[in-house]
Write a protein of this length. Sequence first.
Length: 426
Amino acid sequence: MRWLGRLFNTRDTLVRLTLLDLAGVGYLVFCTQAGRAPTVTQWILAVGAFAAALLLHRRPVANMVVQAALLAAAIALLDDIMINQVGASWALIEITIGAYRARTIGLAAGLLAVVDLTNTIGDPADRVAAGVVGLALEVGIPLLLGLVIRANWNLARQAQERAVAEQRQHESESRAARADERSAIARELHDVVAHHVASMVLRVGVARHVLTDLDPRVGEVFDDVHGTGTAALAELRRLVAVLRDPDGVRGDAALTAIEPSALPAAIGASIDRARQAGITVEADLDPAIGSLDAVRGMAVLRLTQEALTNVAKHAGTSAVAHLVVAVRDGVVHWEVADTGRGGVPAGVPTGGGVPAGVPTGGGHGITGMRERVEVLGGRLEAGPSGTGWRVRTALPAVVAASDRAPVRSVPGERGAPAESPAPEPV
């Protein structure tokens, strides 16, 4: 039915009139009255009607005038006026379904009625009455058909406009809802989280100045905690700025990118801080990581921070962690594995505390790591390895939406079965 709807579309006028002309040619060849061949005059008037319909398909009013004139000539010269009658009636349909005023449609219908009635001039009253009734077929039906098609077009256009308006309203409401959510999160981060972190940093700073006679090792811990808290405050401020005005801070780029040249130093700092907390870290870093793009560089850094945090939490500071970051053919291969032989760090509750100085990751454990990797088109693998634990991934060089790897279920806690993923609290 879609092709039928398009056939009566204003943009397909030429196709519609071409089909009408072909039907007229078929009538002249196969269906003339009494099986007689069409006369030369009949062919001339018919070809004139066909040509006018094609040449004036974009000008329905001019076509109506020409078709009415040809019909008047056919009434005067021919016995079989079927071709010219249909041509004039169809011209009236084209005017009716077009975007014309009611006055134009009325004048066209009146012109066709007058021309049709000229065929009854001089006839008896009963034939005149029959001609008037015949106007219902020659004028009334074209008018009715054209009005129905026009009404359907108007309804379809209005429905489309309503759908577009509703879509725009839905998008506007969605944007407003997302903005409200971002504002609420920003308020919570600023009023609660940032407030407490700032208070902690302030107290550590005061303690550094008040407690003058400290063991150098304790002083190093204070310095590390103060530096970590200050960095956390800076990132919180950036996050709040992004949440409140994403466009003003280049979207999420401020939170998901790092300068390529700074990546080796950032990873080295994370390793050093983990070692200061008592974790033994063996690092095998490819010098090529300094040429990674900003987004994948930040992903490698965050994955490293989260993995080292998990080593401290679950394997203990006596375990040995081995970090590998290599770049081969543009693909970043990243892995952290530990021996798992360490115990729970001293002073750390069994509920999952993290020793001071251990770098924190994205705050979502394995789930956050997996989400970060999937965004870049990779697949995170995590699970037991010997007596310890291993987590690894490969970040593609160029990611197309159709090439992204399927999500693989991974355990959320050490010792959990691989087929039962669960978020890991951090």
